[in-house]
Design a protein around this ligand. Structure first.
Ligand code: ZN
Length: 134
Protein backbone atom coordinates (compact mmCIF):
# COMPACT_ATOMS: atom_id res chain seq x y z
CA UNK A 1 0.00 0.00 0.00
CA UNK A 2 1.46 3.38 -0.97
CA UNK A 3 1.24 6.47 1.20
CA UNK A 4 -1.33 8.10 -1.09
CA UNK A 5 -3.54 4.98 -0.88
CA UNK A 6 -3.92 5.22 2.89
CA UNK A 7 -3.65 8.94 3.63
CA UNK A 8 -6.50 11.30 2.84
CA UNK A 9 -6.19 15.06 3.30
CA UNK A 10 -9.11 17.26 4.33
CA UNK A 11 -8.65 20.78 2.94
CA UNK A 12 -9.62 24.06 4.56
CA UNK A 13 -11.52 26.84 2.77
CA UNK A 14 -8.24 28.11 1.29
CA UNK A 15 -7.50 24.70 -0.23
CA UNK A 16 -4.66 23.95 2.16
CA UNK A 17 -4.48 20.59 3.99
CA UNK A 18 -6.00 21.01 7.45
CA UNK A 19 -6.59 17.41 8.60
CA UNK A 20 -5.35 13.94 7.71
CA UNK A 21 -7.57 10.84 7.65
CA UNK A 22 -5.94 7.43 8.13
CA UNK A 23 -7.37 3.89 7.95
CA UNK A 24 -7.77 2.58 11.48
CA UNK A 25 -5.34 -0.32 10.94
CA UNK A 26 -2.64 2.18 9.92
CA UNK A 27 -3.54 4.43 12.83
CA UNK A 28 -3.34 1.56 15.33
CA UNK A 29 0.26 0.91 14.23
CA UNK A 30 1.41 4.51 14.76
CA UNK A 31 -0.91 5.74 17.53
CA UNK A 32 1.48 4.98 20.41
CA UNK A 33 4.37 6.85 18.79
CA UNK A 34 2.25 9.85 17.76
CA UNK A 35 0.21 10.24 20.96
CA UNK A 36 2.88 12.20 22.91
CA UNK A 37 3.06 14.75 20.07
CA UNK A 38 -0.71 15.18 20.02
CA UNK A 39 -0.76 15.98 23.73
CA UNK A 40 1.42 19.02 23.04
CA UNK A 41 -1.16 20.54 20.73
CA UNK A 42 -3.17 23.42 22.20
CA UNK A 43 -6.71 22.31 22.94
CA UNK A 44 -8.38 25.61 22.15
CA UNK A 45 -9.86 25.96 18.67
CA UNK A 46 -7.83 27.83 16.11
CA UNK A 47 -8.54 31.53 16.26
CA UNK A 48 -8.79 32.99 12.81
CA UNK A 49 -8.07 36.61 11.99
CA UNK A 50 -11.44 38.15 11.21
CA UNK A 51 -11.88 40.98 8.76
CA UNK A 52 -13.72 43.37 11.11
CA UNK A 53 -10.71 44.30 13.26
CA UNK A 54 -8.53 44.46 10.15
CA UNK A 55 -10.89 46.99 8.60
CA UNK A 56 -10.73 49.04 11.78
CA UNK A 57 -6.94 48.72 11.72
CA UNK A 58 -6.84 50.12 8.18
CA UNK A 59 -8.95 53.09 9.31
CA UNK A 60 -6.67 53.53 12.31
CA UNK A 61 -3.62 53.64 10.03
CA UNK A 62 -5.30 56.14 7.70
CA UNK A 63 -5.98 58.44 10.68
CA UNK A 64 -2.44 58.07 12.02
CA UNK A 65 -1.25 61.46 13.28
CA UNK A 66 1.04 60.44 16.11
CA UNK A 67 4.58 61.76 16.50
CA UNK A 68 6.23 58.42 15.76
CA UNK A 69 6.06 55.75 13.10
CA UNK A 70 3.75 52.79 13.61
CA UNK A 71 5.62 49.81 15.07
CA UNK A 72 4.04 46.47 14.08
CA UNK A 73 6.06 44.53 16.67
CA UNK A 74 4.04 42.62 19.28
CA UNK A 75 5.42 40.89 22.36
CA UNK A 76 3.59 38.65 24.80
CA UNK A 77 4.79 39.52 28.32
CA UNK A 78 3.38 36.25 29.66
CA UNK A 79 4.91 33.53 27.46
CA UNK A 80 7.58 35.59 25.68
CA UNK A 81 6.39 35.10 22.09
CA UNK A 82 7.24 38.07 19.93
CA UNK A 83 7.14 39.18 16.35
CA UNK A 84 8.69 42.15 14.59
CA UNK A 85 5.58 42.48 12.38
CA UNK A 86 2.34 40.72 13.29
CA UNK A 87 0.93 41.45 9.84
CA UNK A 88 3.60 39.50 7.94
CA UNK A 89 4.79 36.84 10.38
CA UNK A 90 4.26 33.43 8.70
CA UNK A 91 3.59 31.88 12.12
CA UNK A 92 0.91 34.50 12.95
CA UNK A 93 1.63 34.32 16.70
CA UNK A 94 -0.90 37.08 17.36
CA UNK A 95 -4.44 37.71 16.17
CA UNK A 96 -5.78 41.24 16.08
CA UNK A 97 -9.13 40.96 17.87
CA UNK A 98 -10.04 44.62 18.16
CA UNK A 99 -8.90 47.96 16.77
CA UNK A 100 -10.28 51.47 16.76
CA UNK A 101 -9.27 54.83 15.39
CA UNK A 102 -8.84 56.10 18.96
CA UNK A 103 -5.57 54.19 19.05
CA UNK A 104 -6.44 50.91 20.75
CA UNK A 105 -5.18 47.66 19.26
CA UNK A 106 -6.01 44.40 21.00
CA UNK A 107 -4.08 41.22 20.22
CA UNK A 108 -4.65 37.61 21.27
CA UNK A 109 -1.52 35.49 21.85
CA UNK A 110 -2.08 32.14 20.16
CA UNK A 111 0.37 30.32 22.40
CA UNK A 112 -0.95 31.22 25.85
CA UNK A 113 -4.20 33.11 25.27
CA UNK A 114 -3.00 36.36 26.81
CA UNK A 115 -4.73 39.52 25.65
CA UNK A 116 -2.32 42.33 24.80
CA UNK A 117 -3.60 45.90 24.50
CA UNK A 118 -1.55 48.58 22.74
CA UNK A 119 -2.89 52.03 23.55
CA UNK A 120 -1.45 54.57 21.15
CA UNK A 121 -1.11 58.11 22.47
CA UNK A 122 0.34 61.13 20.72
CA UNK A 123 3.85 60.61 22.11
CA UNK A 124 3.99 57.02 23.26
CA UNK A 125 2.38 53.59 23.33
CA UNK A 126 1.07 52.15 26.60
CA UNK A 127 0.96 48.38 26.95
CA UNK A 128 -1.41 46.35 29.07
CA UNK A 129 -2.09 42.65 29.16
CA UNK A 130 -4.33 40.17 30.89
CA UNK A 131 -3.55 36.48 31.15
CA UNK A 132 -6.31 33.88 31.13
CA UNK A 133 -6.89 32.09 34.43
CA UNK A 134 -5.39 28.60 34.48
ZN1 ZN B 1 1.63 34.48 25.14
Amino acid sequence: MSLSDCVQYILDSAGKPAYVVLPVDVWSKIEASVAPLLKEQPSSPTLVQSSGPLQSFEEFMQCWDFRYAYDPAVHCPHCGVETSDWRNDPNSPFVLTNANIGGLLVFHCRRCGTTIRQKHFRDHVALEHSTPKA
